[in-house]
Design a protein around this ligand. Structure first.
Ligand code: NAD
Length: 499
């Protein structure tokens, strides 16, 4: 049995807490590795190493820091297949999807190559007699991030790439369910020229997370995961005086107007609803056709597409559409919620509960499900299922459809499918959700825009990546300077205009 490590001070370090968690191959159900769960002392050691290394890294000029990012991009491309394979083995997603996970992180690294430009301050010449005023962005110091299982490459890179490009040290606490790729990324960053101690990986669970939140040297915390944990970390982190951004769960609605291209909408729902077994925070889990006729046409088009889906292991080749879910516990939770849907009166149009894959009977596979006539009060509508389950909620008007998405507690992403520019524009303007797709089902912004939801999907003011990340990982300092110029204005006791 492989025993995974932490990555501290530029070396793989064995866990010393004596606590481990199991890392599964979700396709076979076998435990393939043990992940060490750090104690507060192990976390404190990593912080000490980071705090020693960070000032010298902050003093490296931004262009040289950017060159490390450039080299890192090359190494990610060189090792793409290796990374994708390791990712699929622990997560279960297909290899092309795993390569996409690495690729979307890589694009954030590419954006961070622009650090010299992005970190430029502002300067006002002659703000007053002989007075210049300028502002600069300085690194925070030691920063930390806590990431979920579902994007073990992309989400760590969302955080550590900008943090490090800004001159910080970064401690990553990845998901204990798929920790191998984060460890590989830390090795690659050092191969790219990053000094030891600037990017460290401390594996663990709640104990390590609490140690991060409470450690006085850590200046900021980035979190992505489920909403209850996001709220907890945000509250406790803020009360400890840290800068905190926490991203939570989702229930993304796609509205299908009567004039939509129904084939396009159905295809979009298949990819967005069932891709990665529905384990994406931007997955569409609720389809809202407007009018019963639209709903009937949509369901008619969805059913054969869903029945044709190929569910299999990541080793199954190009034909596999999606793989297993991450753990047996995740599978049980999904099946339990499906049962509540049946009990509460939703119409289970496609039933994947008896899905069985020969040779992979112990894998955590869940067949695809489609519920029709789901209503607001049902658990399958209110809760995030995070599995291959799509719910159709029939709305009788556009206003009713809009209201559904507006009233839901989550506000990560949403989409509208229509040929009507007015409706699309109205939707984009009025909806209280962070990321909107118009005839685009998973509107994940590219690296040079920012990513973030609203309502219970995000806590904190700044989004992930794009310009916001460079604000989150720096502090602004504003300097007013005057050099002797023969002007004598005596002591001043009041605010006054400089001119
Ligand atoms: P999770 O909340 O279970 O775990 C996320 C991280 O928190 C992990 O590193 C885990 O070790 C840690 N953690 C777990 N329990 C904890 C506790 N009690 N105290 C402190 N830390 C704890 O989430 P997950 O299952 O890994 O990921 C799936 C969730 O993440 C879904 O809800 C999904 O919507 C969400 N997600 C959101 C976004 C977004 O951008 N909004 C992106 C990806 C995933």
């Amino acid at each position: 049995m492989q025993e995974l490590t932490h990555y501290i001070g530029g070396a793989h370090v064995k866990g010393t807490s004596g606590r481990f968690s199991d890392v599964y191959n979700p396709a076979t159900g076998e435990v393939q590795a043990k992940c060490p769960l750090a104690s507060p002392e192990e976390l404190a050691h990593a912080v000490e190493v980071a705090a020693k290394a960070q000032p010298a890294w902050a003093a490296v000029n931004p262009q040289r820091r950017a060159r490390v990012m450039m080299k890192f991009v090359d190494l990610l491309n060189r090792d793409m297949d290796k990374l994708a394979e390791a990712l699929s083995r622990e997560h279960g997603k297909t290899m092309p999807d795993a390569a996409g996970d690495v690729q979307r992180g890589l694009e954030v690294v590419e954006y961070c190559i622009g650090a010299p430009q992005l970190l430029k301050g502002e300067f006002t010449d002659s703000a007053g007699p002989g007075i210049d005023m300028y502002s600069m962005r300085q690194a925070l110091g030691v920063t930390a991030g806590i990431t979920p299982f579902n994007f073990p490459a992309m989400i760590p890179m969302w955080m550590f790439a900008p943090a490090i490009a800004c001159g910080n040290a970064f401690i990553l606490k990845p998901s204990e369910r798929d920790p191998s790729v984060p460890l590989m990324l830390a090795e690659l960053m050092e191969e790219a020229g990053l000094p030891k101690g600037i990017l460290q990986v401390v594996n663990g669970d709640k104990e390590a997370v609490d140690a991060i939140i409470d450690h006085p040297v850590i200046q900021s915390i980035g979190f992505v995961g489920s909403t209850p944990i996001a709220e907890y970390i945000y509250g406790r982190g803020c009360s400890n005086g840290k800068r905190v951004q926490c991203f939570g769960g989702a229930k993304n609605h796609m509205i299908i107007m009567p004039d939509a291209d129904m084939d396009q909408a159905a295809d979009a729902l298949i990819g967005a609803g069932y891709g990665a077994a529905g384990e994406r925070c931007m997955a569409i889990s609720v389809a809202v056709p407007v009018g019963d006729e639209t709903a009937d046409r949509l369901v008619e088009k969805l059913v054969p597409r869903i029945e044709a889906l190929k569910v299999g292991p990541y080793t199954g080749g190009k034909d596999v559409d999606y793989g297993p879910v991450v753990t047996a516990a995740a599978k049980e939770n999904i099946l339990r919620l499906i049962q509540t849907g049946i009990d509460q009166g939703a119409d289970l149009v496609v039933d994947g509960r008896n899905f069985n894959l020969q040779g992979y009977e112990d894998g955590f596979f869940v067949g695809p499900h489609l519920f029709d006539r789901v209503t607001r009060d049902m658990d399958i509508y209110q809760k995030e299922i995070f599995g291959p389950v799509l719910s159709v909620v029939r709305a009788q008007s556009y206003e009713e459809a809009l209201g559904l998405a507006m009233d839901h507690e989550y506000g990560n992403g949403t989409a509208i499918f229509t040929r009507d520019g007015d409706a699309a524009r109205d939707f984009a303007n009025r909806i209280n959700v962070g990321m909107i797709g118009i005839n685009v089902p998973i509107p994940v912004p590219l690296a040079y825009h920012t990513f973030g939801g609203w309502k219970k999907s995000a806590f904190g003011d700044l989004n992930q990546h794009g310009p916001d990340a460079f604000k989150f990982y720096t502090r602004t300092k504003t300097i007013t300077s005057r050099w002797p110029s023969g002007i004598k204005d005596g002591a001043a006791f009041n605010f006054k205009a400089m001119d």
